[in-house]
Ligand binder design. Structure first.
Ligand code: P6P
Length: 334
């Protein structure tokens, strides 16, 4: 049983035996993410003070302006994960292709791949709104001793061994799962330690918050339009409250605590939705399901979708189980 106020390090050690693969390695991997998140948090928290915001001048494969913090966060996570000699490959929203990590003994014995959105919601940085990091961890499927290949990354979400996010908000939290529930750790920046502040996080089965960019309403599928109108009708628990931060990690985190649904449907502007299957939707879906929530593309379980390319997009509906099922009902019937 996890104890509130336990440090993340104590929690990892206490629970590593519950991880069905060789213990120590995943712990080292989570620890490296913990360290990188601390370093990124330090920069995010002073973004307004130094000339580190504003576009870095490049654009990433998504065609989006790369904020300098995007580049910084990407570099930090890649450097930290590489140094720990546990991963054989990394895929990132900020990298066109996956990165092969040569193990220090050069014989590719490392077992894990990490897929990461190093700084999600980065367009919020300049206006001091919370942003996040999202990560997804798999065991490689190609033979040890060979360089990592694309098959190691194009795995269904149901093969994830761990997933989590860091939310750089009013406080910085690391929330993750290894398939045994979801636990949230809050950083005490004064001493650089994370403490178990939210043990066994669960989505309430129902909620009254819906999160969607209603500016795209006219472009949405009819089922989504009808579900939004359902949320706005004055009946029983409704109208619901609309809350949309424009930062997936923050909207997801609030909805997991209070109950709610997040939707990024397809539209004419985004015919497959905007969010990325491998390093946004799958990790958030793993966390959602481990917290008694649900995640679908409106028709199919996100974690059952067969990936075909590294940066593919999918429509994303995620949150309290009953709310997601109601939205799916509207999608089925329209
Ligand atoms: P829009 C941030 O760019 C992001 O990937 C998510 O964090 C966020 O929920 C969404 O896109 C916001 O997109 O089109 O509503 O601004």
């Amino acid at each position: 049983m996890s104890k509130r106020n336990q440090t993340l390090g104590e929690f990892i050690i206490e629970n590593q035996n519950s991880f069905k693969y060789s213990s120590g390695e995943l712990s080292k991997l989570i620890n490296s993410i913990r360290l990188a998140a601390k370093v990124v948090n330090h920069e995010v928290n002073k973004a307004g003070l130094v000339d580190i915001i504003g576009a870095a001048g490049d654009t990433n494969i998504q065609g989006e302006d790369q904020q300098k913090l995007d580049v910084y966060a990407n570099d930090k996570f890649i450097q930290t994960l590489t140094k720990r000699n546990i991963v054989c490959g990394i895929a990132s929203e900020e990298e066109d292709d996956f990165i092969t990590i040569n193990s220090q003994d050069e014989n590719h014995q490392n077992k894990y791949v990490v897929l990461i959105d190093p700084l999600d919601g980065s367009s919020n940085i300049d206006v001091n709104v919370s942003v996040g990091t999202i990560f997804s961890i798999y065991r490689r499927v190609t033979p040890l001793g060979t360089p990592v290949s694309i098959e190691d990354f194009l795995q269904k979400g149901n093969k994830q061994v761990a997933a989590g996010y860091v939310v750089y908000g009013t406080s910085t939290m690391l929330v993750y799962t290894t398939g045994h529930g979801v636990n949230g750790f809050t950083l005490n920046p004064a001493i650089g330690s994370y403490y178990l502040s939210h043990p066994d996080m669960q989505f309430p089965e129902d909620g009254n918050i819906y999160s969607v960019n209603e500016g795209n309403y006219l472009d949405f599928p009819l089922g989504i339009k009808k579900y939004i109108k359902y949320c706005q009708e004055d009946e029983g628990e409704r109208p619901y409250t609309s809350r949309y931060i424009g930062s997936l990690v923050s909207d997801f985190h609030r909805n997991m605590i209070k109950g709610g649904i997040y939707m990024y449907p397809k539209s004419t502007k985004n015919p497959k939705g905007k969010l990325r299957l491998l390093y946004e939707c799958n990790p958030m879906a793993f966390i959602a399901e481990q917290a008694n929530g649900k995640a679908s593309d409106g028709f199919n379980r996100i974690m059952d979708i067969e990936p075909t390319e590294l940066h593919e997009r999918v429509p994303f509906i995620c949150g309290s189980k009953n709310m997601v099922e109601k939205a799916e009902e509207f999608m089925r019937n329209n």
